[in-house]
Structures are given as C-alpha cells and as structure tokens.
Design a protein around this ligand. Structure first.
Ligand SMILES: Nc1ncnc2c1ncn2[C@@H]1O[C@H](COP(=O)(O)OP(=O)(O)OP(=O)(O)O)[C@@H](O)[C@H]1O
Ligand SMILES: [Mg+2]
Length: 252
C-alpha cells in the first residue's frame, strides 16, 4: 500500500464549536491505483489530500505514505518527504507568474539537488509529454487555463513522485478542456505507474477510476455502486468507439 490512513480524525475549531471533518477514518490506496474522492463542498475532500501530503496535520491517528509515517514527522522533515514523494495539482494551477513555464516546472527537480542543466533537460521532456514542448519560455499568463493546468501536471510529474494528488484539477476549466486535462493526467500517471488520488465534483471522471470514495458525515466510504456504474459506462463507450472503428474499417 502506498497510502494508509489508520483511525484518522481531523477537527477544526469554528467560532464556538468544534467541527469533526474526518471521524476515525481508515483507508488505504495501492500502488498504480486511480482513486476518486467525491463529496459535497465542505465535506472534507481537500482535508484528506492535505493530510496525505502532510500540508495539514491530523488530530489523531496514523498516516503512512510511501513507507513513511508522516504523522510522526515535523518540519522540515515533512517538506523533504513531500519533495521526494508527492506531486500536487490544484484547482487554480498555482504557477509562479514571474517564472517561465520551464522554470516553473523544473523547480521541484532542482530542489532535489539536480543540476540546472539536467533539470532543463528533464523539464523539456515532461513538457513534450503534456504537449507544450514549444511553450517552455512563455510566461504562465500567456497560456490558456487548460495549458496552465498541463504545466501544473508537468510540474507534479517532473521529479517522478510515487504519489500524485489532484484537488479539483478541472474545477476551473470548461468541460471539454477539463476532459482533455483529465485524460492527459491519467495517461501520464498510468504510463509512469504512479498512484493518483483526485478530489472532484465531476462525475464524468468516475468511469476512469479504479476506486471511488465518498466522504459522508466524516467517514470515507467506498462507493462500489458508483464504481460499477462507471465501469459499465466506460465499457459502453469503448465498445461504441470500437464499433465506429469497425464501421470505418469496413468502408475502406
Ligand atoms: N483551515 C481551516 N480552518 C477551519 N476550518 C476549515 C479549515 N479548512 C477546512 N475547514 C473546514 O473543514 C471542512 C472541510 O473542508 P474541505 O476544504 O476539506 O472541503 P472540500 O470537500 O474540499 O470542499 P470543496 O468541494 O468546497 O473544495 C469545511 O467545513 C471547512 O470549512
Ligand atoms: Mg476542496
């Protein structure tokens, strides 16, 4: 297992009262898996991702990521752990506006101690993978939303982390661009054998998932019904594509 949550509880203080966002949650995610986290706004999706990346700290319980018990780590250990193991993609891209596309994405790789030259080479390779090989020297504000999110995907992959966390990566994109971005994210993570955990409101992603979770009243519940439905839709889509292909071939 790449990620294990054991009896994890997370509360926030809200004015007078305490709000239990995650209530004794147990879950695990396997290597190479694509897991989707669903749940209404405020249910705790981002909280789960932030706990797994060590950006936020649990009140109790244990979280193990890539064989490291991160609930026992403190700064700067947590930052080092993230740098080596995790790539994160956000809804609002979070690119640095004063750096070029290439400079943005090679930052995590250089922080790992690689030379500038090696970083530029690796950065260029990953940019080609996301279809932006010719935009290395552009500044982020010159790119469309979809292109900026592709840069963010490249940045999350550049240092070859085992685990990719995506928090509503399509939340700020139109549906067509969103679909293209998700397909790219899936392809690049699957090609590289990475584990992807994605929080989203978008049901269109469910057919691609290996596992579907929903956060329900502080519990992380596996939604096998939705997973099955998604798999059916996926099979239908694929057979339609296949039929279309057969039809086209028969015209030759
Ligand atoms: N830093 C914080 N301080 C206090 N409360 C917080 C903090 N961060 C999150 N919360 C609360 O925790 C709950 C879960 O928030 P979270 O951001 O995880 O939800 P979410 O499922 O990601 O929602 P959305 O779909 O809107 O992104 C919310 O009620 C939120 O108000
Ligand atoms: Mg959120």
């Amino acid at each position: 297992m790449i990620v294990k949550l054991r009896n994890v509880t997370k509360k926030y203080q809200e004015a007078e009262r305490e709000r239990v966002v995650l209530d004794s949650v147990d879950a695990s995610f396997a290597e190479g898996e694509f897991a989707v986290l669903l749940g209404p706004s405020g249910s705790g999706k981002s909280t789960v991702l932030n706990l797994i990346s060590g950006v936020d700290q649990a009140d109790s319980g244990e979280i193990i990521v890539c064989d490291t018990t991160i609930t026992s780590l403190q700064e700067p250990g947590l930052t080092l752990f993230r740098r080596d193991n995790v790539g994160i993609i956000f809804q609002f891209f979070n690119l640095i506006p004063t750096l070029t596309v290439l400079e943005n994405i090679i930052l995590p790789f250089e922080l790992q101690g690689n030379s500038h030259k090696a970083a530029r080479q690796r950065g260029q390779t990953v940019l080609e993978q996301v279809g932006l090989g010719d935009r290395a020297d552009a500044f982020p504000d010159r790119l469309s939303g979809g292109q900026q999110q592709r840069v963010a995907i490249a940045r999350a992959l550049v240092h070859e982390p085992t685990l990719i966390l995506a928090d509503e990566p399509t939340g700020n994109l139109d549906p067509t661009t969103g679909k293209a971005v998700v397909e790219l994210l899936l392809k690049t993570t699957r090609d590289a054998g990475k584990t992807l955990i994605m929080a989203t409101h978008s049901m269109e992603i469910v057919p691609y998932a290996d596992r579907v979770f929903r956060i329900d009243d502080g519990k992380l519940v596996e939604d096998t019904q939705r997973l099955r439905k998604g798999a059916e839709i996926r099979a239908e889509l694929e057979s339609q594509l296949h039929n279309q292909y057969e039809m086209k071939m028969s015209e030759i």
